[in-house]
Design a protein around this ligand. Sequence first.
Ligand code: ADP
Ligand code: MG
Length: 230
Amino acid sequence: MAESFALRLEQVERHYKQGDDRLTILDAADVGISAGEMVALVAPSGAGKSTLLHIAGLLERPNAGEVYIDGEACGSLGDDRRTEMRRRSIGFVYQFHHLLPEFSALENVMLPQMILGRSRAEAAERSRELLDYMRIGKRADHRPAELSGGEQQRVAIARAVANAPHVLLADEPTGNLDPTTAGYVFDALTALVRQSGVAALIATHNHELAARMDRAVTIDTGKVVPLQID
Ligand code: ADP
Ligand code: MG
């Protein structure tokens, strides 16, 4: 049934060695996200949210279990193919924007497209559309240092979806922002998910934002379980 989810983790296990002990972070973790679905990942600090997102984003390999992107099992793929899938099929947004400081907002959104072979003109056109959509078109020619925190995150989101990925992963994308700005950035993110039909898994501590997603999950003793948000 892996094919019906844009993203699926199956029986994923992740542990770290700590001296002679084994610290188990994920233990037979299962989760599936469908196209167009926006799922909140809400769990206390240290519960394994970033670990789960890194494994889902093919940035890290699990100790056991499988990750499916668009139905394709990624565990046995080599590093080159995983990098290719990451560029083509997965968008990632971090708590800190990680934009390249010496490039403009526009260029930051263009770069991942040009890495995949899109021409400069095409990449610029799509980047302008995305920045307009994120309502920061007027700031396109500014460098990250000249942008506010909320603007930086909107550029980072535009960059994450620049190659029209099927899976969008965000690790506390509004965690550094004041509540009002967080709300605006989240609104823009939601609009983008709804418009593009990407499958989104978004780690957040903000219950108000979590309540606005389609559903929420948490990590409980290494397993992904449904979470009721009031
Ligand atoms: P969260 O994002 O929910 O705060 P993380 O996924 O970052 O949690 O971390 C989960 C747990 O795994 C934490 O206890 C953390 O200390 C531990 N951890 C993360 N990365 C490593 C590592 N490379 N080596 C050892 N322990 C780690
Ligand atoms: Mg984290």
